[in-house]
Write a protein that binds this ligand. Structure first.
Ligand code: ATP
Ligand code: MG
Ligand code: MG
Ligand code: MG
Length: 475
C-alpha cells in the first residue's frame, strides 16, 4: 500500500523526534514576528529570531510540518501553478532545525537515512548539490554516505548568472547565511529536463525535494563573512513532492489530496477532462485561499487581502474558462476540509466562514467577469502580441481584473501585457483623482511586490491562534 500524505507527515515527525527533536506546530500563514514578510513561505519563518539570537527556546533541535504560501511576496510561485509539475501556491514543508547544535554531518546523514530507509527511496535515483567550494558537504556525501561523484553537483552563488539555481542562502543582505545542499530525485529519462546545474535544469525530470541550509556565517555590510560562533541548520522538504515519489506518480497534482480535489473541481465545474490544467489551478487555489481565510485573511484591495483576492479571482476565471457563469469555487471547501481538516483543526473550525467568504467574492466577481472577458477577448483577438496597458488598466479599474489575471489569460494565448503602460495608466488616474480631490483609497490597489511593506493589517481579523499539532489526528 502507498503512503498517504498523513502517513508521510507522521513518519517525518516521528523520525526527527527519535533523533531528539522537539515537534513544533505549524505557525499561521500570516507571520506574527515579521511585518515585512507577506506570508510564511518556509518552515524557518517562525524561528527567524532564534537564528538572529533575539529569541530563545528551551530546545536546540526542532521539527515541523509548516503550512507555506508562495504567492505575492518575495517567493512567488503563482505563475508556475498549472505549468510545472512541482509548484503550488500553498504547500506543506517538512523541516528540521539545529539551533547551534548539530551541523552538516548529522543533517545530511539523517536526511539520507530518512529518505532511503524510512521512505525507502531507491538511492540510485537521488542526486545532491553542494555549494561550489563546500568540500566539507561534498566529502560527507561522497566519502561518508557513499553517493557516487557523478551524482554530486557543485553549484555556485549565481553571482555571474551562470546557474539558475543558487546554493548560497542568505536571510537578508546582511546577517546569518551559508551554503546549502539540495537533494533531487530523478523521475526518469522519459520526462524532459536536465540535472541541477545544467542548462535545462528547469524541466521536471530532476525534482528538487529537500534543501539543507547550513548557516555558518554572518554577512557584514562590506560583504565579508564572519564565522558564526554556533552554526545552525535549517532544512525544508516539500511534502507534496515527496508524496508524488512515494505514490509512484510524477506530478504533485496526481497525489492523493490533489486527485480528490481535482475530482471535486471537475464536479463543481462540470468539466469531464480530468487532465485539464484549469482543474489543477482551481485545486491549488482552493487550498491557498481556504487556509488564508482560516488564518484571518479576507479579500480586500491591499496588502495580504489583495493577494487573497487575486488568487480567488484567478481560480474563478479558470472556472469561467471551463464554462461556469455562476459561483462554484466555494463548493470545493467541504472536500478540502475532509482531506486536511484532521491535520489542521483550525481549517475545520473555519469551514463555514471559508465557504461564506469565497462565495461572497465569487458573487461579486461574477457580476463583472463576463463583460470584462468580452473586452479582453476582443483585445486579444487577431495577431497582437502585446495587450495595451490601458486595456489591462480598464479591466482592473472597472471590471475588477487584477493585473496578474489578465496576464494569465494573455499568456495562454501567447500575448504579453504592457505592464509599464498599465502602471502609467494607474498613476495617471491617481493623479487625476487627487487633483479632483476625490481620490478614493479603495482605488489605491497596492501590489504585493518584493519588499513591499504590508500596511493593511489592522483591517484583517486577528490571525487564528489555534494551530494544529501535526502528530495529532493524522491517522
Ligand atoms: P524550486 O527550485 O523547485 O522552485 P525552491 O528552491 O524555490 O524550489 P526552497 O526555497 O529550497 O525551494 O524550499 C525548500 C523545499 O520546499 C523545496 O526543495 C521543495 O521541495 C519545496 N517547495 C518549494 N517551493 C514549492 C512550491 N511552490 N510548491 C511545492 N513545494 C515547494
Ligand atoms: Mg522556487
Ligand atoms: Mg530550487
Ligand atoms: Mg531550493
Amino acid at each position: 500500500t502507498l503512503m498517504s500524505v498523513a502517513d508521510i507527515r507522521k513518519s517525518f515527525l516521528d523520525f526527527f523526534a527519535s533523533k531528539g527533536h522537539t515537534v513544533v506546530a505549524s505557525s499561521p500563514l500570516v507571520p506574527g514576528n515579521d511585518p515585512t514578510l507577506m506570508f510564511t513561505n518556509s518552515g524557518m519563518v517562525q524561528f527567524k529570531d532564534v537564528f538572529l539570537g533575539s529569541d530563545k527556546r528551551n530546545y536546540v533541535r526542532a521539527a515541523s510540518v509548516q503550512a507555506c504560501l508562495r504567492a505575492g511576496g518575495k517567493h512567488n510561485d503563482l505563475e508556475n501553478v498549472g505549468y510545472t509539475a512541482r509548484h503550488h501556491t500553498f504547500f506543506e514543508m517538512l523541516g528540521n532545525w539545529s539551533f547551534g547544535d548539530y551541523f552538516k554531518r548529522d543533517s545530511l546523514k539523517w536526511g539520507w537515512e530518512l529518505l532511503t530507509q524510512v521512505y525507502k527511496l531507491p538511492p540510485e535515483k537521488l542526486l545532491a548539490t553542494v555549494y561550489i567550494d563546500d568540500d566539507e558537504a561534498y566529502d560527507i556525501w561522497h566519502k561518508e554516505i557513499g553517493l557516487p561523484a557523478e551524482r554530486i553537483v557543485r553549484i555556485g552563488d549565481n553571482k555571474g548568472g551562470k546557474y539558475k539555481s543558487d546554493n548560497f542562502w542568505m536571510m537578508a543582505d546582511t546577517g546569518p547565511c551559508g551554503p546549502c545542499s539540495e537533494i533531487f530525485y530523478d523521475h526518469g529519462a522519459h520526462i524532459p529536463g536536465g540535472p541541477p546545474g545544467s542548462p535545462d535544469e528547469d524541466g521536471d525530470r530532476f525534482i528538487e525535494i529537500w534543501n539543507h541550509v547550513f548557516m555558518q556565517f554572518d554577512m557584514q555590510e562590506d560583504g565579508s563573512l564572519v564565522k558564526l560562533p554556533a552554526p545552525c541548520v535549517d532544512t525544508g522538504m516539500g511534502l507534496e513532492r515527496l508524496a508524488a515519489i512515494l505514490q509512484h506518480v510524477h506530478s504533485n497534482y496526481e497525489i492523493d489530496i490533489f486527485d480528490r480535489l481535482i475530482k471535486a473541481a471537475a464536479q463543481a465545474t462540470g468539466c469531464d477532462d480530468l487532465a485539464n490544467p484549469s482543474l489543477k489551478v482551481i485545486a491549488d487555489h482552493v487550498r491557498a485561499t481556504s487556509f488564508l481565510v482560516s488564518d484571518g485573511v479576507i479579500p480586500s484591495n491591499e496588502g495580504r487581502g489583495y493577494v487573497q483576492r487575486r488568487i480567488i479571482r484567478r481560480a474563478i476565471r479558470h472556472g469561467y474558462k471551463l464554462g461556469k457563469k455562476t459561483p462554484f469555487f466555494h463548493k470545493l471547501v467541504p472536500e478540502l476540509v475532509a482531506l486536511m481538516g484532521d491535520a489542521y483543526p483550525n481549517l475545520k473550525a473555519s469551514e463555514q466562514r471559508i465557504v461564506d467568504v469565497l462565495k461572497a467574492e465569487e458573487e461579486r466577481f461574477f457580476e463583472t467577469l463576463e463583460n470584462g472577458m468580452e473586452i479582453l477577448d476582443a483585445a486579444l483577438a487577431g495577431d497582437a502580441k502585446v495587450l495595451p496597458g490601458e486595456v489591462a488598466f480598464k479591466l482592473h479599474d472597472t471590471f475588477g481584473f487584477p493585473l496578474d489575471l489578465s496576464n494569465d489569460v494573455a499568456r495562454e494565448r501567447g500575448v504579453t501585457v504592457d505592464e509599464a503602460g498599465f502602471q502609467a495608466a494607474m498613476d495617471k488616474q491617481k493623479a487625476a483623482g487627487r487633483a479632483a480631490g476625490k481620490f478614493k483609497m479603495d482605488r489605491a490597489l497596492e501590489y504585493g511586490g518584493e519588499g513591499n511593506l504590508f500596511t493593511g493589517y489592522e483591517q484583517l481579523a486577528a490571525p487564528a491562534k489555534v494551530v494544529a499539532l501535526y502528530h495529532e489526528g493524522t491517522s
